[in-house]
Write a protein that binds this ligand. Structure first.
Ligand SMILES: [Zn+2]
Ligand SMILES: [Zn+2]
Ligand SMILES: [Zn+2]
Length: 200
């Protein structure tokens, strides 16, 4: 049976997963383009017989990336994943159909998160940065303490939140750090008190 490859990426224009199948023969025969049904992006590839030059529209950063892939990896075996050099996230899969489609499904979700301004990683980290500098100020005026009497604590950064953890009793105070409101409510608190561990 002839070897078939599925080529998949996330369209940076409309956000959908694009996947098409090609036979190894067609891939070797000449330049190929895999187009998004929206018509606004296309992955292109051409080969000299030894290497494939692939140009991938990147659904993660919105740009487009070039990659060189050996003909062997392109046409046979498990398949390959190409990553966005800017964000280090995977942005393209080439290989066996079931695997490519499963990976694309996850990628679609990841790419959506990166693009959606509400859930954007970058927006989060800006708020996170402000929250952390606010905490630094509180710490500088000795405004952080635990109900157990300790003033030693650690700061643990979580997705969308910061935990203040008492080094003596292990109690935690979770400060949301995802929205402007989170930042505002933190700024109103002159002192932060970790609740302390019950029973101690
Ligand atoms: Zn599209
Ligand atoms: Zn990229
Ligand atoms: Zn404590």
């Amino acid at each position: 049976m002839e070897e078939r490859r599925t080529i998949g990426y996330i369209c940076p224009q409309c956000g959908q997963a694009v996947a098409e199948e090609r036979t190894a023969f067609a891939l070797s025969a000449g330049p190929q383009a895999v187009r998004c049904p929206c018509g606004k992006s296309a992955l292109t590839m051409e080969t000299d017989g030894l290497q494939f030059r692939v140009e991938v529209p990147c659904g993660i950063c919105g740009g487009s990336h070039r990659a060189q892939v050996s003909a062997d990896a392109m046409l046979r075996g498990k398949g390959i994943a190409l990553s966005c050099p800017k964000t280090r996230q995977l942005c393209c899969y080439i290989g066996e159909e079931g695997r490519v489609r499963a990976a694309l499904k996850e990628l679609e979700i990841t790419a959506g998160k990166w693009k959606d301004p509400e859930a954007s990683h970058f927006a989060d980290s800006l708020i996170m940065y402000e929250v952390l500098s606010e905490l630094k100020e509180s710490a500088a005026r000795d405004g952080i303490s635990c109900a157990c009497g300790s003033r030693a604590y650690a700061i643990e950064v979580r997705p969308g939140a910061v935990d203040l953890v008492c080094r003596d009793c292990g109690a935690k105070l979770r400060l949301p750090a995802a929205t402007d409101e989170d930042l505002d409510s933190l700024c109103c608190q002159y002192r932060l008190r970790i609740p302390g561990r019950g029973g101690r």
